[in-house]
Design a binder for this molecule. Structure first.
Ligand SMILES: [Fe+2]
Ligand SMILES: [Fe+2]
Length: 472
């Protein structure tokens, strides 16, 4: 009889950025995984021992930016993270924008954990902790809290979008029901979780330019119900949060989805989420267009006042955004002189008939996905990669080389494995040395990301079609 302990591959491990660890006595075990190391991470340091600045330096020298904690100790990390975030938010030695950036990045990481570990209560509990942090900050430093809303310079990426919608829902909830802390906290929580169901929507669809086919629309429009179904299994999730996840695409005129609810059945929190959701979806940059200035975004959204959006809440949001811009015009680009080009119907996940305008842009070529046109072959080689553009903070700097494992290859792209997740639409420059062939460099875009076992992420990357043609 095999008496070996249960293999550790059964254990879930959460990646933790080394930068997010305090130099102190450890309250949890830390695990490590080196590039190319097969199987689960191995124990690096047990709880009760100290993690020192020298340890951080040694890990950095080995280019290791992530350590791992076992899933059953996540709650310890969760608590320390909430405290650390609080210290960061209140740190007077850092500029407000810098603090806001760090808080957003850490929250985005937590939302990634929610997306990566379906049904796991721990990352969801971390979101509830953070919602309470948000409530404290909004009460003690409303100006600082409002700076957490990113109104420009961000790419549309599901986790960052969920963070931004969480912040925005808090801001609008405070206008709708001033002084109601519970309402504020749950509005934040609902915003942070609202697109949870998009985990099941392929990245090609989330970033598709132009009309969705009826089949694609069916998949896209399933995300509110999918998120709701998952969250309702968790007894800690309040009804208000569930209603925001399920109903944030419903419209007052009954033309929303998934249930075409009439106005009387759409709760105030879901109405709040609908406004903030569309605001962030339009302001954020997409692969096929740049960001839209907030003033233009409000003009676009005004078309939906009273039909798509609650009229009073829209007015509150418009006033609030106006006040934030007036207080600090550097937070967002000025409105375009020729006025907005986008229409409300052109917002990706809003409408089955959505038809994005397609401005002539080099980006159109850059993002052409030719991955599936060519046969692919399984390989096992390493390649050097560097980040050209990233949608979120990475454990490597832009231009810094890191090693990826290539597991299949074709003329259109590669599948690579990395010890930390890449983001959709990240651009990489990949140097490939295929035995018997000359070395080639390819610019590639990340078109899909999934978890591939413990502490490994598999990413499909598509070579930029324009590259070969440009050289011709
Ligand atoms: Fe959504
Ligand atoms: Fe959304």
């Amino acid at each position: 009889m095999n008496t070996e302990a249960k293999p550790s591959t059964q254990q879930r491990f959460f990646p933790i950025p080394v930068d997010a660890l305090d130099h102190d006595v450890l309250q949890m075990d830390l695990y490590i995984k080196f590039a190319g190391q097969p199987g689960a991470p191995t124990l690096y340091r047990s709880s009760g021992l100290k993690f020192t600045p020298e340890d951080s330096e040694r890990l950095a020298a080995q280019n290791l930016k992530f350590l791992y904690i076992p899933g059953n100790q996540h709650h310890v990390f969760r608590k320390s993270l909430a405290e650390r975030l609080d210290r960061t938010f209140k740190d007077p030695s850092q500029a407000r924008d810098q603090r806001a950036r760090v808080v957003r990045d850490v929250c985005s990481k937590m939302i990634e954990d929610v997306l990566l570990f379906p049904g796991d209560a721990e990352p969801i509990a971390a979101v509830a902790d953070i919602s309470r942090n948000f409530a404290d900050w909004s009460a003690s430093d409303p100006k600082g809290f409002s700076h957490l809303l990113n109104m420009s310079s961000h790419d549309f990426y599901t986790a960052t979008h969920m963070v931004n919608v969480g912040v925005g829902c808090g801001l609008l909830a405070k206008e709708v029901r001033p002084g109601d802390r519970e309402f504020f906290t749950l509005a934040v929580q609902g915003g942070l979780l609202h697109d949870l169901g998009k985990r099941g929507v392929p990245s090609e669809l989330l970033n598709k330019e132009g009309k969705l086919t009826p089949e694609e629309w069916k998949v896209m429009s399933s995300h509110p119900a999918a998120g709701f179904e998952e969250l309702k299994q968790n007894p800690a999730i309040p009804e208000m949060v569930l209603s925001m996840v399920r109903d944030h695409h419903e419209r007052l005129d009954g033309k929303g989805y998934p249930a075409k609810l009439d106005a009387s059945r759409i709760s105030p929190p879901a109405r709040i989420c609908a406004i903030v959701d569309v605001f962030d979806a339009i302001t954020a940059a997409r692969p096929y267009r740049g960001p839209t200035p907030p003033a233009d975004t409000l003009k676009i959204m005004r078309d939906g006042r009273g039909t798509q959006f609650d009229a009073d809440m829209f007015d509150l949001w418009e006033r609030l955004v106006g006040q934030m811009l007036q207080a600090d015009p550097t937070r967002a680009p000025a409105p375009s002189p020729e006025g907005p080009k986008l229409t409300l119907a052109g917002v990706a996940d809003q409408d089955p008939a959505c038809d994005h305008p397609t401005p002539p842009s080099i980006e159109r070529n850059l993002y052409a996905d030719n991955r599936r046109r060519f046969p692919r072959f399984a390989v096992s080689i390493h390649a050097a990669a560097q980040v050209v553009r990233a949608g979120k903070a990475m454990p490597v700097r832009r231009g810094e080389k890191f090693t990826v494992q290539v597991v299949d290859i074709g003329r259109g792209g590669l599948q690579i494995q990395t010890p930390w997740p890449l983001s959709l639409n990240d651009l990489l420059l990949i140097d490939l040395e295929i035995p018997g062939q000359q070395k080639v460099s390819r610019l590639a875009r990340v078109v899909r990301v999934r978890r591939a076992g413990d502490a490994q992420w598999a990413s499909g990357v598509a070579f930029m079609e324009a590259e070969g043609k440009a050289a011709a």
